[in-house]
Design a protein around this ligand. Structure first.
Ligand SMILES: [Zn+2]
Length: 741
């Protein structure tokens, strides 16, 4: 008999084929219970890095101190019905540090003299923007001047036909909801002339702190056939993306310079969001934006996962280096059917706000319209104010300085934008399914992980990670492949799947993955999909990635795979797919091949795992527990069972851990809820005890552990550097705030 530890040391080569695994190790068979339990029993804690130096508030630009953002999104009718004093009182009493007030470009909310800045029909020359801005300032709130450069009216189109986006036949594009409005082209002089004219007029009249453009940059890459765009590279290509990014960052700098004409610490920011699907290059954005506006307001029919907000926070953390991000939560009813002026279910809204804080962004509460003074439906007001009041008591603990994580997940923005997947028409769905498959597996395993942008793979970006995961990151440049190679060379571990590295940054297909050398693999054929039954993986020998599988020779494979040439001593081999129907023919044409279904390598301290199939996505679209177990085992093997923070207990939670100014904060989001994957949350299903362990830097002592949501103190044990405490129960959310000495 051989135990797991010895097995890890000796490696797979020393072992015979394992036809019946339980005969080798009874513990192996016993482990084959529920799919995945958090925190392997053998996990080791990684010591946290030495604490950062103290924060000097004088070094902090004002926006980094913003903790709560409020917005009543103004309608044309609001100048006739909104009670300005009541509006300002609400946001002030809620504790908003800053409010958005509409200048707009679609309808002027002040007596604008800029040509084609149409006055709203209820404005009657009233300075509605000025009154709101003054009421906010009087109460000590800062003011964002909100513009919307995406649409304008027919008279502007007649005078400036060059401002419009055009279809291939030359006709202008109109708003699908109100065809009186045409869509402006971001490459046109509308953006160079009209928008700056509005900004300068506002600067000349008002004391604003910053400018913001709603709906720009656009959420997806636009397709326009106007005279200018016709000269650009074809829409939807990496070359177009280059031109798009250049235009975005040129305009961004220009608008920022105009904002600063008023005051040097004023600035401009645009509309972002879209998490991993964002359209501007996020690594460049991280260097440019001082306010990351995550316009990510709630779940949608096509994106129904509860973690829609945290995935945004992780995307921000990958690029911002501590710069400010706010996530907009729709207090109104977002979703497949929208009620723009009706309150959202409070449990759902609160979870979105919880996720905002847990993932490191500032909460931002947003409602549309102020009929009857401040809205016909006013239920949203208490939900937001109560949440803001709670958060305000704990600002120091709720502001993270850096994440605690030892796993990096490469967020391939080029792959998200351009890779379509094999024979799957809907590229966004394919990449989303892949991302969510890994995301879901990491949550089930309760791992502390970060996203890593494909353009930030330098050694200093990757140093903190024990492993880098590449979930079918199909598009990687030669340089990025080299950087990943350097990371492995320096002792890092990696996991990749399917077409990772098969395309360069211009979508040129390589004969082999750019990472083939690292894994020691050679392609044998093009992609093979499933025809009825997908293929299976036959268990050839024992390995830690197969822990918990017993009483089977086969494991399910994936929907698609890239066949590989044989390797030495494979752990799993492919049993080729066959038909599901008729059952008479549902058996493998050959029962045994030498085609590997996984490739596992070790070199020094680095471990490498490559799945030739689209394992993350197949797990996501099927929910198959074997694929989840295989992914989880592989991640545990790659990390050598090391964790940056260990949280054990029942339930489906998303975990974040931060170093904060007072100490550390561990956030637990309770997704154990029938509405986590669809619909909205209507109630809370509390979790039982959760035991948290961390290994603090040498010499760091602990003063207290406070549970901020349940408002109680947790007893703790500090033995050497090991801190252990138990959170007795978790409602929808808990933050364990560790104050160090
Ligand atoms: Zn155009």
């Amino acid at each position: 008999m051989i135990d797991r530890r010895t097995f890890l040391k000796t490696g797979a080569a020393a072992l015979p084929l394992a036809a019946t695994l339980e005969s080798l190790d009874p513990a192996f068979a016993l482990a084959a219970g529920p799919a995945v339990t958090a925190g392997g029993s053998t996990s080791k804690l990684v010591p946290l890095p030495a604490r950062l130096g103290p924060l000097d508030p004088a070094d902090e630009p004002w926006q980094r101190k913003v903790r709560r953002v409020g917005q009543t999104n103004m309608t044309e009718h609001d100048p006739a019905v909104m009670n300005v004093e009541e509006w300002a009182d609400y946001w002030h009493s809620a504790g908003a540090d800053i409010v958005f007030v509409s200048v707009t470009c679609i309808l002027a909310f002040y007596p604008s003299k800029v040509k084609f800045h149409r006055h709203g029909k209820f404005l009657h020359n009233r300075d509605f923007f000025g009154e709101c801005a003054a009421a906010a300032k009087k109460r000590g709130m800062r003011v964002v001047a909100r513009m919307s450069p995406d649409l304008n009216w027919g008279d502007a189109l007649q005078a400036h036909p060059e401002w419009a986006m055009r279809l291939a036949d030359g006709s202008p594009l109109f708003s699908s909801q109100d065809p009186r409005l045409f869509k402006t082209c971001m490459f046109s002089t509308y953006m160079d002339d009209f928008v700056p004219a509005v900004m300068r007029e506002v600067n000349s009249l008002y004391d604003v702190d910053c400018f913001y453009t709603n709906a720009w940059p656009p959420g997806g890459l636009p397709e326009c056939h106007c005279a200018i765009c016709s000269k650009l590279p074809p829409a939807g290509t990496p070359a177009y993306w280059g031109a798009f990014n250049d235009r975005v960052f040129d305009l961004w700098k220009k608008y920022d310079a105009i904002a600063k004409e008023k005051k040097s610490d004023n600035f401009y920011f645009g509309n972002l969001g879209g998490n991993v699907h964002a359209s501007p290059n996020l690594a460049r954005m991280g260097k440019t934006a001082v306010w990351f506006q995550a316009d990510n307001q709630g779940r949608s029919y096509y994106d129904p996962e509860v973690w829609g907000c945290t995935i945004q926070g992780r995307a921000c953390n990958a690029v911002l280096d501590g710069k400010f991000a706010a996530n907009v939560t729709g207090a109104y009813s977002t979703g497949a059917v929208v009620w723009r002026n009706g309150s959202k279910t409070p449990d759902e809204a609160r979870m979105w706000l919880n996720e905002t804080l847990a993932s490191g962004m500032a909460p931002y509460w947003h409602f549309v319209g102020a009929e009857d003074g401040l809205g016909e439906d006013r239920r949203w007001q208490k939900t937001g104010a109560d949440y803001f009041h709670w958060a305000a008591k704990h600002d120091a603990h709720l502001r993270g300085r850096r994440t605690i994580a030892n796993i990096g997940v490469v967020m391939g923005q080029s792959t998200q934008l351009f890779y379509k997947g094999p024979a799957v028409a809907h590229s966004r769905a394919y990449t989303r399914e892949t991302t969510y498959g890994l995301y879901g597996a990491l949550l089930k395993g309760r791992y502390a992980f970060d996203f890593v942008h494909e353009d930030r793979l330098e050694p200093e970006d990757l140093r903190k990670y024990r492993v880098l995961l590449l979930p079918n990151i199909a598009v990687l440049s030669d340089r990025q492949c080299r950087q990943i190679g350097d990371y492995v060379q320096s002792g890092g571990s990696i996991m990749a799947s399917f077409e990772t590295g098969l395309y360069d940054e211009n979508l040129k297909k390589r004969p082999e993955s750019g990472l083939a050398g690292l894994f020691g693999i050679h392609s044998a054929a093009g992609v093979v999909g499933a025809n009825g039954n997908a293929y299976y993986g036959r268990i050839e020998r024992r390995h830690p990635v197969l822990e918990g599988f017993a009483n089977t020779n086969w494991l399910p494979g994936t929907q698609n795979r890239l066949p590989l040439q044989p390797i030495q001593e494979p752990v799993l081999t492919v049993v080729p797919g066959f038909v599901a129907y008729p059952p008479e023919l549902a058996y493998p044409p050959v029962s045994h091949t030498d085609e590997p279904a996984v490739v596992l390598r070790e070199s020094g301290s680095s471990r490498m795992a490559y799945f030739p199939g689209d394992i993350e996505r197949t797990y996501w679209i099927t929910g198959h527990g074997d694929l989840l177990r295989l992914l989880d085992n592989t991640i545990r093997w790659l990390t050598a069972e090391e964790r940056a923070v260990d949280v054990r207990g029942d339930g489906m939670v998303e975990l974040f851990a931060w170093e904060t100014a007072p100490g550390y904060a561990v956030h637990l989001l309770n997704y154990t809820n029938p509405n986590s994957h669809h619909g909205w949350m209507h109630s809370v299903y509390p979790l039982g005890p959760q035991t948290v362990s961390m290994k603090l830097p040498a010499g760091v002592k602990v003063k207290s552990v406070e549970l901020l949501r349940s408002d109680r103190v947790a007893p703790f044990h500090l033995t050497g550097e090991s801190l252990v405490f138990t959170i007795p129960s978790v409602e929808d959310y808990e933050v364990a705030a560790v104050t160090t000495a």
